[in-house]
Design a protein. Structure first.
Length: 165
């Protein structure tokens, strides 16, 4: 293969890669518009839309839900921050040369207490949202909230799914 043929081949490959990259950029920047999401990657009104679409919440029920949600968000952020701090305190013990078992257990118990407080708060929030439902909506809400809880708590592993089938 002579130098001219080699150069032509290399230029062709470079042009092809350049065009491919431009097409990919256009696809990701222009054609693939994501849904508006908040800083945690969730839809801003995702749960409201689900309650309206799947459960059949009215405007008044949605307004009640939004006020509950606003109150809940303020306090849940505090609980998550406390839980995060407890976990950091616990895992920072890895860097201590000699951490007594009693301190390790105390820090682990602090995490458990914070997690319990967070779960109790979420439980009470979902219970209050459930109380907004009319008797006709309860079954739809219960079905919908089960899906939400599965997303919140994580899906069971593939092996677990296979055993339950």
């Amino acid at each position: 293969m002579n130098a001219v043929t080699k150069n032509r081949s290399l230029v062709s490959i470079i042009v092809f890669l350049l065009i491919t990259n431009i097409v990919m950029l256009i696809f990701f920047l222009v054609l693939n518009k994501p849904v508006q999401r908040n800083q945690h990657g969730r839809d801003q009104n995702g749960m409201s839309e689900i309650l309206q679409r799947e459960v059949g919440f009215t405007k008044d029920q949605l307004n009640n839900y939004q006020s509950l949600r606003k109150e809940q968000l303020d306090s849940v952020h505090i609980l998550f921050d406390e839980l995060r701090k407890s976990k950091m305190d616990f895992y920072n013990l890895l860097y201590a040369s000699q951490a007594p078992d009693s301190i390790i257990n105390n820090r682990a118990n602090a995490i458990a207490e914070k997690q319990k407080a967070l779960d109790m708060h979420m439980f009470n929030h979902f219970k209050m949202v459930r109380n907004i439902c009319t008797p006709d909506q309860l079954q739809k809400f219960d079905t919908t909230i089960k899906k939400v809880l599965i997303r919140m708590t994580g899906r069971p592993g593939h092996d677990h799914d296979q055993k339950n089938k």
